[in-house]
Every structure is written in C-alpha cells, then in structure tokens.
Ligand binder design. Structure first.
Ligand code: PMV
Length: 321
C-alpha cells in the first residue's frame, strides 16, 4: 500500500551567517546562525511512500541523478528499510543559484517524507533531520526569525532551529536582486571545507560568530533595523572575506553584485535604512522596511535581471491533497 503526503516550505536567508562545519557526516555547524524565513518563494514536495521504484522529478522533469540520489538517501534517514519512494518537487524560483532552494527543498522533503511514512512530524525532530540534508534547511521549519544553535553534542541532538519571533513580529522585507541565475561554481559544503582548511581568517570568523548571533537576536527583539543591518553586514562580509582568502579563492560575486552593493550603500548614505547580504551565489538581498521596498527595488533594478520583494514567511506545512 502506498501513502502520499505533500508539504510546502519557504526558503530562509541568514541575517547572521553559517559558514563552516564541525562534523561533516552529521552536518554540524561550527557556528550558530540567525535567519528570516521569506514568503513569496516556496518549494512544494509530494512524497509517495511505497512506489514502483525510487524516482524523483524536479519542476516536472526527471531530476539530475546527483540531486535525486541525495534526496532519496535523505529518506533513508526516516527509515533505512523504507519501501521505494517517489518524490515530486516544484520550486517557484531558480534552483541552486544562491536563493536558498536547498533550505526550502529539504524542509519540505522532511515534512512530506515523515507524514507519508506515518511518522512523528514534530518540527524539532524534522529540523534535526532537515539539517542533515542541507544545514540551512533546519531553519526553514519555522516562519519568521529562527536561530540555529550550533549545539555541543557529538550526535547533533542539540543542533537544530529554534523559533525566535514569528512572521508577524516585524514587517521588514528582503529585496532580492537576481544578478545571475547560473548554477553555483562551488557548492557550500566544498566551499566551507576549503575555508576551514585554508583561510587565515577562519579562526577570527569563528571567534566572533556567537556574539554576532546574540547581537542579531537583540536587534530583532528591539525591532531596530539599523542595529540588525550593521551586524548582518558585518557577518556577511566577514564570511565573504573568509571565502575570498581561501586557497584557491572563492569569489561568488559577479560585477553586477558589486554594482548592487554600491547602489544600496549610496541610498543608505542618502538616508534610507537599507542593508545588504549575500550568500554562496551572486544575488544580493537587501533588508529594509516595507515602506522603503519600492525605493530600494528602483535603485537596484538597473543592475539586476529580476527584483523580488519578499516579506516574512510562515512555517513548513502539510497540504491537504
Ligand atoms: O546549508 P547550506 O548548504 O545551504 O549553506 C548555507 C550557507 C550560506 O547560505 C552561505 C549561509 C547561511 O547561513 O545560509
């Protein structure tokens, strides 16, 4: 007998960044991080528990073998003796281009898989599981502002997302400037290991990360955008400095990314509270008040292929179908 469940998850963008692992097989981070789950973009995934054979489609096409193998291996974590399963996943936004599709992807897969298997769907349990698919996915189980505590246990039991404030806490938005939708050159796991092993800045990065998370949480609690923006940019550019000083260097930025950064900083110098962040890709995300979103979008549009305005999003949820 087969059982089917469908779940929808939103991506999240780190306000204080995660870069570096302390355990590869369990995917345990070297640092804590703080994120905002976003509405607008989503992944919807259906799992059929008990199919003719293991198979995966992404946006209606057979998934690339590596992508399918990773997703199906993830279902083994739910049950090593599972039956063949079929996964059908849809992203409403570009996959693998620094827009956090792996975060929403593994959060949706964890919930759809657990529900299809008839298992416990407690978000804490699913966050620990999702972490093993993609670290940042453990933050997408909840809406709004989420901290991923690095944890101290060797088995990873205390390394999971913790909801800090829900999506209604604060009406800030991320203006996403899509500079390029080409896939990433170096994946995040390989990049993090390269930074850990070769960047002379890596230890400084680690030493300051926990204080940055505390500062970020304090700023979110106080709804203080300038304070949050300052620590977000500090964390972002410390992470990128660690990338740039790896051997060989990791440079996720494109010329368009730098043009967007300067456009935002010029706007800020002229009085708008707008703050930049970037991840393992060329896109630039700009944090601002919703009332300033159009002004920010207008400033970055000349340098971007597309601009999206995304507010705080809700938790990963099951669909009735
Ligand atoms: O867990 P991954 O593989 O999605 O890595 C995420 C790394 C960054 O996006 C660069 C930072 C972050 O905290 O999301």
């Amino acid at each position: 007998m087969s059982r089917v469940a469908t779940a929808t998850a939103h991506p999240n963008i780190a306000l204080v960044k995660y870069w570096g692992k302390r355990d590869l097989p369990l995917n345990l981070p070297a640092v804590s991080s703080l994120s905002l789950t976003l509405d607008g973009f989503h992944t919807t995934t259906t799992v059929t528990w008990g199919a003719d054979a293991d198979a995966m489609t992404l946006n209606g096409q057979p998934a690339q073998p590596k992508v399918a193998a990773k997703a199906l291996r993830f279902l083994d974590l739910l049950d090593p003796a599972r039956p063949p399963c079929a996964i059908a996943s849809h992203n409403s936004f570009p996959t693998g281009a620094g827009l956090a599709s792996s975060a929403s992807g593994f959060a949706a897969l964890a919930l759809a898989g657990a529900a299809a298997a008839g298992q416990d769907t407690d978000p804490l349990r699913l966050s620990r599981l999702a972490r093993q698919g993609s670290g940042s996915a453990c933050r997408s189980l909840w809406g709004g502002f989420v901290t991923w505590r690095r944890g101290a246990q060797a088995d990873g039991s205390d390394s999971h997302g913790v909801p800090v404030f829900g999506p209604d806490h604060w009406d800030v938005v991320m203006v996403v400037a899509v500079v390029s939708t080409a896939g990433k050159a170096v994946g995040s796991t390989e990049g993090m290991e390269r930074s850990r092993l070769t960047s002379p800045l890596y230890d400084t990065w680690l030493a300051q990360a926990e204080d940055d998370v505390t500062e970020g949480e304090t700023a979110v609690a106080a709804r203080d955008l300038d304070r949050l923006g300052r620590v977000m940019e500090a964390s972002t550019y410390k992470m990128h400095a660690t990338m740039h000083t790896s051997q060989p260097p990791l440079m996720y930025w494109q010329p368009g990314s730098v043009a967007v950064l300067h456009a935002v900083w010029a706007l800020r110098a002229a009085g708008t509270s707008a703050w930049t962040t970037m991840d393992a890709g060329p896109q630039v995300k700009v944090l601002c008040h919703r009332a300033d979103a159009e002004k920010v979008a207008e400033a970055v549009r000349p340098h971007a292929a597309a601009v999206h305005i995304l507010g705080p999003g809700g938790p990963t949820r099951l669909e009735d179908r």
